[in-house]
Structures are given as structure tokens and as C-alpha cells.
Design a protein around this ligand. Structure first.
Ligand code: NAD
Length: 486
């Protein structure tokens, strides 16, 4: 059955219990990719099913010409789509109805007009980590980026998300309409702070006074989001047709786990999302640290030994007794004890859930994806834990092994001799240094942009050198076995 409003009653899946015709737009969302559709839109759909939040329907917006494809596909099915939530032993399909319109892609007039509409209370974003124009050297927004400079020169014809937000806020201010709240849902620590800098600095290029007004009057709550949501391919379109009998051109498949911790800073009001599982807090920092260190750090712990032993899928890594025991021991002895307390959260239970999610065979997440981009990830996910432990005089033996496994992986061949295709933006440099480090581990630890001063701290450098030598001599399985005996 073709998914659309007219056919909804014939569709065999959970579906909206509310009158979609009566919904009104309250949220303009930029970046209508898979994650938004499986996360924010799902929470709103849940809320709407309780009879609330009907004035917070989603109106999609996209600045990339490529967004036209998704817009057309959704328009062909009345902006309905299916989310399939997959646990290890069950799959549940739900038709999501929280989105009522998708503005023409890259159409500044339509998008800014909707942002200026007093009914719009929130502008939200999932435009990927790369969408924030961060200068890798400074870690801050780059107002000199050509796309941003262009929006600064022609603020009435913006092309970037930030140029459009500035134009929308300018129109509201001129009309005496209070500012909307800007809610970032990208996977970036302190994502509200990062978004605020991008919007304020874009405004400053054309109108410094407006920049000051935005800084003083617009709320940018920080949030921590979590739900593994792979890309949709023909495989998923076939599954939705064959397993559920629904002709849907843009279904989303996701794990059944979902989490959203959000700072409660919405001066224009917000949907009552706390009624459907969103946790509202004053400061999201402890939740960010928990996720980065236990989940993202844990991914790295699974990834490199699995990669070196030619394991393809993440759940297969979790089925390998050595990898699983390495993860359990390292989390318990070194990672979890270094995570500051999180209100109302049992960190061991959080980790148990992370391990269960990684073991879910339905997700099809790959080891190669987890191994990707270690040069950017290790300094965020692993090195800060090492630093905190050293500062407290605690052992980093297992974290040194994790670091040595990453180094060994970057040498570019697995234990069996299979070649590892480039898997990092800095792959050439990493491969060169990793091979040099085979005889002199300090070469690897000398990468100051990754290890800082920690690379020359003997409490880390000595176990690192020992593990690296063992990995080359005895291989990954034997090295993990030695670690697990300790
Ligand atoms: P996706 O590729 O399905 O969608 C990305 C969307 O961002 C598209 O609409 C695209 O047009 C838009 N976009 C890309 N670059 C942009 C730019 N420079 N300016 C404006 N828009 C841009 O990806 P996704 O799975 O929806 O993930 C998006 C983001 O969501 C991630 O980068 C991450 O920050 C967050 N997230 C994703 C997951 C996940 O498992 N997929 C989990 C947690 C958080």
C-alpha cells in the first residue's frame, strides 16, 4: 500500500492517533535527514499522540540543493514516513505524522518567511558536524569561510543556515516579534554554544548591532542526542515493502534505544516533551561527558582490535570473547571511574545498555565506520580520560593498550596481512608515523596535536610502548589475552 494520508487507515503499523489536518507549524527544522526523522520527529509524534503539542508541527527546511530529492519524495506521501525501531529480537514499524510541510530546498524567501512567522517558536538543526564552519586550527567558527563571507555581503539573499537564521531574526526584530529559540541537535559537545557563535558571528559581518541583539535575546539550549540511525538504502526500502507491506520511498531504520537530554531554555515556550521521555536539565555537560567517554570511547575500544582481527560488523566484535572482555574490563577499571557523576544516572547501568546496543545484530553498523577518523576522535573520546586518570595518580594500562591498538591499526595491515584502506583524513601521515613507531614508540606519542604533553608522560608512554611491541610480536588476540590475565 502506498503511504499517504488517504491510505493511512489501511496501513498495518502504529500510526498517528491525532488529526494531522489540525496541526500547525511551530518548528522550522534544517537538515531533514534520517537522524531528525528518527529522533526529534518521533518524540513529537509521541507527544501529539497524547493530544498535546499540536501547534509544534515540523516544517522542513534545507539549504542544500540535494535536499530537493527528500522533499519531493516526502511530498509524494503527504510528508508521512515510517520509522522501524529494531531491537535484537523485534522490529516495530510506526508511521510518523509530526511533519506537515517541507519548504522548497535552498529557497531563502520561503525559509526566511517561515522563520519570521510569529507561529514559529523554535528553529532546530541537524546539519551534521561539518555544517558548522569550524576552523580546525582554532576550534571556533570561521567567519572568513567563503560561504559565510558571502552571506555577510548579501544578508538579504542568504544561502547558509546561519545566514537564513540571521535574516529571520532580523525580520522578527523589525516587526516586534520575539525571537525563536535555536535548538541544535547535532552530535557536538556544547552544541548550543557552538551554534550561538555561528549565528552571532554571521550577523556581525553585516549588522553588528543585530549581532548584539541576538547575543542578548536568543536562547540556544545545549542538548545531548542519542539514537543509532543508519542511512536508508534500497535494502531498507525493500524491507519496508516486503516485511510490512508499505510502499514508502523514505523509511528510516533505527535502533530501539532513544535518548535526548536538553537544557530547559525556551523563552517562547516549547512542546511538553518531558511527557514522552525527554530529560530537561539545567546543564547538559555531565550527560555529554558520559556519552563521549563511555559510548564513543567504548566504540574505539571495540573498533581497533576487531579491525586488526578482520571482524566486519560491530555486533560480531561484541560476539568475540576477547573483544567483549577487553571492553568490559577497560570500561569497569578505567573509563567509568573517570566519568564525573551524572544526576539520577547509574553509570554501570548506562554502560550495560551501551554494550547491549553494540551487540544488536539488526543495526548492521560496521567496525570500519567505528575505526574511522581516529585522529579527530581519540583526542575527544580517549585522551581526556587518560589525562584525568594521570592527574589523579591512577593507572592507564588498559587505555595505553587501546592507544597502541589504534597505532597498530594505522600501520595499514591487519594481523592476517590484509590491507586496511585509508580510514582517516590524515591517513598518510598516520601510516607513516605508525610504521616508524614500530621501532620507536615515541614517534607516535610525539604527535602533539593528538596527545599534547601526555605523550611524553612515562606513566602512559611506557605501557604504550610495551603493548605496541607485544602487538607486533604476538598479534592482537595474544595481547588481549595477556591484558585480560592482568
Ligand atoms: P543525513 O545525511 O541523513 O542528513 C544530513 C542532513 O544535513 C541533510 O538534510 C543534509 O542536506 C544536511 N546538511 C549536510 N551538510 C549541511 C550543511 N553544510 N549545511 C546545511 N545542511 C547540511 O545524516 P543524519 O543521519 O541525519 O545525521 C545528521 C547528524 O545528526 C549527524 O551529523 C549527527 O550530528 C546527528 N546524529 C546522527 C546520528 C545517527 O546515528 N545518524 C546519531 C546521533 C546524532
Amino acid at each position: 500500500i502506498r503511504l499517504n494520508d488517504a491510505n493511512l487507515s489501511d496501513i498495518d503499523a502504529a500510526k498517528p492517533a491525532y488529526d494531522r489536518q489540525a496541526l500547525t507549524g511551530g518548528i522550522v527544522h534544517f537538515g531533514l535527514g534520517n537522524f531528525h526523522r528518527a529522533h526529534q520527529a518521533v518524540y513529537l509524534d509521541r507527544l501529539m499522540n497524547t493530544g498535546k503539542g499540536h501547534d509544534f508541527a515540523i516544517i522542513g527546511a534545507g539549504v542544500m540543493p540535494s535536499d530537493a530529492k527528500m522533499r519531493d519524495a516526502l511530498a509524494g506521501q503527504d510528508n508521512l514516513y515510517t520509522v522501524v525501531e529494531q531491537s535484537a529480537d523485534a522490529s516495530q514499524a510506526r508511521v510518523i505524522g509530526a511533519m506537515i510541510d517541507y519548504l522548497p530546498a535552498a529557497d531563502a524567501g520561503a525559509i526566511v518567511g517561515q522563520l519570521a512567522d510569529p507561529a514559529t517558536k523554535i528553529a532546530s538543526l541537524t546539519i551534521t558536524e561539518g555544517g558548522y564552519f569550524i576552523d580546525a586550527n582554532t576550534g571556533h567558527f570561521d567567519p572568513a569561510h567563503p560561504a559565510i563571507a558571502a552571506d555577510g555581503a548579501t544578508p538579504d539573499a542568504p544561502k547558509t543556515v546561519f545566514g537564513m537564521l540571521v535574516a529571520g531574526l532580523k525580520a522578527r526584530r523589525a516587526a516586534g516579534v520575539p525571537a525563536f529559540t535555536v535548538m541544535c541537535c547535532d552530535n557536538i559537545p556544547h552544541n548550543g554554544v557552538v551554534t550561538r557563535e555561528a549565528v552571532v558571528e554571521t550577523a556581525r559581518l553585516s549588522d553588528p548591532e543585530l549581532a548584539g541583539w541576538i547575543a542578548a535575546n536568543v536562547a540556544f539550549p545545549n542538548g545531548m542526542v542519542d539514537r543509532i540511525t543508519p542511512a536508508t538504502s534500497d535494502r531498507e526500502r525493500a524491507m519496508i515493502r516486503d516485511d510490512f507491506g508499505i510502499a514508502d520511498d523514505c523509511p528510516v531504520f533505527a535502533e530501539d534505544f532513544i535518548q535526548w537530554v536538553l537544557e530547559d531554555n525556551f523563552p517562547q515556550g516549547r512542546p511538553a516533551l518531558e511527557e514522552v521521555g525527554v530529560e530537561f536539565v539545567a546543564d547538559v555537560t555531565p550527560w555529554e561527558l558520559m556519552k563521549i567517554r563511555i559510548l564513543n570511547g567504548g566504540h574505539a575500544v571495540i573498533a581497533y582490535p576487531s579491525g586488526l582481527m578482520d571482524i566486519h560488523f560491530v555486533h560480531e566484535g561484541m560476539e568475540n570473547p576477547l573483544v567483549r572482555a577487553f571492553l568490559d574490563k577497560l570500561e569497569a577499571e578505567e573509563i567509568i571511574p573517570a566519568v564525573p557523576p551524572v544526576p539520577g544516572t547509574d553509570l554501570n547501568a548506562y554502560y550495560a545498555k551501551v554494550a547491549e546496543r553494540c551487540a544488536n545484530p539488526k543495526i548492521g553498523d560496521t567496525i570500519r565506520r567505528l575505526c574511522l577518523d581516529g585522529s579527530n576522535r581519540q583526542p575527544k573520546f580517549i585522551v581526556p580520560t587518560i589525562n584525568d586518570r594521570l592527574a589523579q595518580g591512577l593507572s592507564v594500562d588498559g587505555l595505553a593498550l587501546e592507544s597502541a591498538l589504534w597505532c597498530r591499526y594505522c600501520a595499514g595491515v591487519t594481523d592476517s596481512g590484509a590491507v586496511i584502506e585509508p580510514n582517516d583524513p590524515n591517513w598518510d601521515r598516520l601510516t607513516k608515523v605508525a610504521n616508524a613507531a614500530r621501532d620507536d614508540a615515541s614517534q607516535w606519542l610525539g604527535m602533539a596535536d593528538i596527545y599534547g604533553a601526555t605523550g611524553s608522560d612515562p606513566r602512559f608512554a611506557e605501557p604504550f610502548a610495551g603493548w605496541l611491541a607485544m602487538l607486533w610480536r604476538d598479534g592482537t588476540a595474544a595481547t588481549l589475552t595477556t591484558y585480560l590475565k592482568g
